[in-house]
Write a protein that binds this ligand. Structure first.
Ligand code: GDP
Ligand code: MG
Length: 302
């Protein structure tokens, strides 16, 4: 018997959705960030075992959303719910144990749509490694039980891998029988170029101390795996909306961009299983203020 199913991962930003998916895949597919809302597009990861294939949909974070961009994020999340075989709601238990008032505020907007999807719900009570005072979990569990009376609750630490096998076992129980839909070596439905751009964006988020506006975009301008055997030549541009952010991203004497580039290159190389030459540029979207000479001088250009 072989099983096949899709599972939507939903939950507020920062709950650990991307961390959980990456853990199951044993590889980085979705970007993980200490800042919310970095997953702008839906990313799916494909887990293939001997007798099952599970497609995980990592949805953008959902919270009190305003504005056009956020409406788009929400829609994307609801679409993921519509067609899945099971919903895994991820919640940051450590956060709610410490700040109980946040729980309803963050999770109530999710409860209705999740229930409406009419799919089996597993609530992954995440970050239990950070809950030091266990009794603080009691009100959290009670409140979660009120929000999802029909759900199963599984305490996990996506980061440390605690409880994640139990959660996966429940997922495998729930999903229907069916043949695999993807080749066994495919780990995502997203193209590698897109994943490479996401990796660069992750390094960018991590590298900046200041609040980075979400108006930053990464575009892969050139992708050449054929000119030089065994070496992928990748050109990427980081676009930023504001002029002063460009300097922040590049850093003193190009140091920040250089670090972003070298960290991203390593990970893209892992993703491709080969060597990568990465050129990174920063451009302000409104107006051309790029300085290729400077970047080249920093060893970041050609
Ligand atoms: P997402 O926005 O829901 O996709 O959340 P991420 O997967 O990007 O994780 C947000 C942050 O929480 C990252 O800094 C993760 O390392 C951290 N995190 C995720 N799961 C756990 C966990 O089980 N324990 C701890 N301590 N941190 C976690
Ligand atoms: Mg994420």
């Amino acid at each position: 018997m072989h099983k096949f199913g899709t599972v939507a991962l939903v939950g507020p930003p920062n709950a650990g959705k991307s961390t959980l998916m990456n853990r199951y895949l044993g590889q980085k597919v979705a970007i993980v960030s200490p800042r919310p809302q970095t997953t702008r597009n839906r990313i799916s990861g494909i887990l293939t075992t001997d007798d099952a294939q599970v497609v995980f949909l990592d949805t953008p974070g959902i919270h009190q959303l305003r504005g056009k961009m956020n409406r788009f994020l929400l829609e994307s999340a609801w679409n993921a719910l519509a067609g899945c075989d099971a919903v895994v709601v991820l919640v940051d238990a450590a956060l709610y144990a410490a700040k109980p008032s946040l729980l309803k505020k963050e999770l109530k907007p999710l409860a209705g749509p999740v229930a409406e999807a009419g799919r089996p719900v597993l609530v992954a009570v995440n970050k239990i490694d950070r809950v030091k005072d266990k009794p603080t979990m009691l009100p959290v569990m009670a409140a979660l039980g009120e929000l999802w009376p029909e759900a199963e609750f599984i305490p996990v630490s996506a980061l440390r891998g605690k409880g994640t096998e139990e959660l996966l076992a429940r997922i495998l129980d729930i999903i229907p029988e069916g043949p695999p839909m993807f080749p066994e070596d495919q780990i995502s439905t997203a193209p590698v170029r897109f994943m490479a751009a996401e990796i660069i964006r992750e390094k960018l988020f991590y590298s900046l101390r200041q609040e980075l506006p979400y108006s930053t975009a990464v575009e892969i301008e050139a992708w050449d795996e054929t000119s030089r055997p065994g070496l992928a030549l990748v050109n990427a541009v980081i676009y930023t909306a504001q002029k002063n952010h460009k300097g922040m991203i590049i850093g003193k004497q190009g140091a920040n961009l250089k670090r972003i580039g070298s960290e991203a290159r390593k990970e893209i190389a892992e993703l491709l299983g080969g060597k990568v030459h990465l050129e990174l540029w920063v451009k302000v979207r409104s107006g051309w203020t790029e300085d290729p000479g400077f970047l080249r001088a920093m060893g970041l250009g050609e």
